[in-house]
Ligand binder design. Structure first.
Ligand SMILES: O=P(O)(O)OC[C@H]1O[C@](O)(COP(=O)(O)O)[C@@H](O)[C@@H]1O
Ligand SMILES: [Mg+2]
Ligand SMILES: [Mg+2]
Length: 341
């Protein structure tokens, strides 16, 4: 019998659906010879929850799930219904399997201690990022960070399990609910992006080995803050304008970060007169995106220090954030330094 190797011609399909997220996670697990599969399971659980949240977002306008929930979170921000829904969906997904011992969420005042003797991972998350954009059909996201607990498995959770600097993350990622839904993550060996194929209910590898441009021509900052920001940052923005860079600001960190990661650019949320610590949260916004940025060859700083080296001291701690193409982050830091000497 004559045989031939399988060499399909995908051109007839118009597009090719290739590696599923599930398969990719399994392949990547093999990069870590002693991996038990627990981290892989957490990533799968996050992906599942993101599909559910994606469904809720898609029909938000029809299902009375838009608008304010009528409560504020610990940071005094008005919670949207979808903030609450997403928090429940992700928390539930993470509590099922026993791999996670504690969850830190933007929407919960305290650490959620799962009192789970076998869980060796801590997850920090912003279940829904860019809440102000929910009701106007603009891209929003989910951000997550995963840490290994440092105290022995089986013992009560301690502050040092939670208050770990970003350089201790074992994985981080985000989901972007945009013109298509994407999940982007790293386990410290590069960054890969997956696009959700709604009709199949699967994420497929669409952006393998994402590498950020070293330099860029997009700057993203809320310029409405102009009267509240430092001279250094104003000077940097002026220098962007003098070079005819493009201003792009969606107001959803995930979406602004994702665009700049792929195209080259910088996202800035500086300290302001009203908020000297900045607005964004270290544990579940800045750290996760900083890990991804560095893994893709970009940078993240608080204006002076590497984000990933900041030792957190409180759960909902804020930080100024300068993140994106390395040349641009260094230039912005240079302007800040110059203005203070
Ligand atoms: O409206 P502002 O002050 O420019 O802030 C926008 C920033 O605030 C955030 O919405 C904060 O995130 P949450 O929606 O998770 O609170 C970021 O996504 C965004 O980049
Ligand atoms: Mg957020
Ligand atoms: Mg949020």
């Amino acid at each position: 019998m004559k045989t031939k190797p399988y060499q399909p011609d995908h051109s007839a399909l118009g597009y090719s659906v290739g590696v599923t997220l599930d398969r990719f996670i399994k392949m990547k697990q093999d990069d870590f010879p002693f991996a038990s599969g627990e981290l892989s399971q957490i990533l799968r659980d996050i992906a599942l929850a993101s599909k559910i949240v994606n469904r809720e977002i898609n029909r938000a306008g029809l299902s009375n799930i838009g608008g304010a929930f009528g409560s504020t979170n610990v940071q005094g921000e008005e919670q949207q219904k979808l903030d609450v829904v997403a928090n429940i969906r992700f928390s539930r997904a993470l509590t099922k399997g026993g791999e996670v011992c504690a969850i830190v969420s933007e929407e919960d005042d305290e650490v959620i201690d799962l009192q789970n003797s076998s869980g060796k991972y801590v997850v920090a998350m912003d279940p829904l990022d860019g809440s102000s954009n929910i009701d106007v059909n603009i891209s929003i996201g989910t951000i997550f960070s995963i840490y290994r607990r440092v105290t022995p498995v089986g013992s009560p959770i301690q502050p040092e399990d939670i208050m770990q600097p970003g350089n201790k993350q074992v994985a981080a990622g985000y989901v972007l609910y945009g013109s298509s839904t994407m999940l982007v993550y790293t386990t410290g060996k590069g960054v890969n992006g997956f696009t959700y194929e709604q009709s199949l209910g699967e994420f497929f590898l669409s952006h393998p080995n994402i590498c950020a441009p070293k330099d860029g021509k997009i700057y993203s900052i809320n310029e409405g803050l102009n009267s509240q920001i430092s001279e250094g940052i104003k000077n940097y923005i002026t220098s962007c304008k003098e070079r005819d860079f493009s201003a792009r600001y969606i107001g959803s960190l995930v979406a602004d970060f994702h665009r700049n990661l792929l195209k080259g650019g910088i996202y800035i949320y500086p300290s302001t007169a009203k908020a000297p610590e900045g607005k964004l949260r270290l544990l579940y916004e800045a750290n996760s995106l900083a890990f991804i940025a560095e893994q893709a060859g970009a940078s993240a700083s608080d204006g002076k220090n590497r984000i990933l080296d900041i030792q957190p001291t409180s759960l909902h701690q804020r930080t100024p954030l300068y993140i994106g193409s390395t040349v641009m982050v260094e230039e912005a830091e240079g302007h800040l330094k110059e203005a203070t000497v």
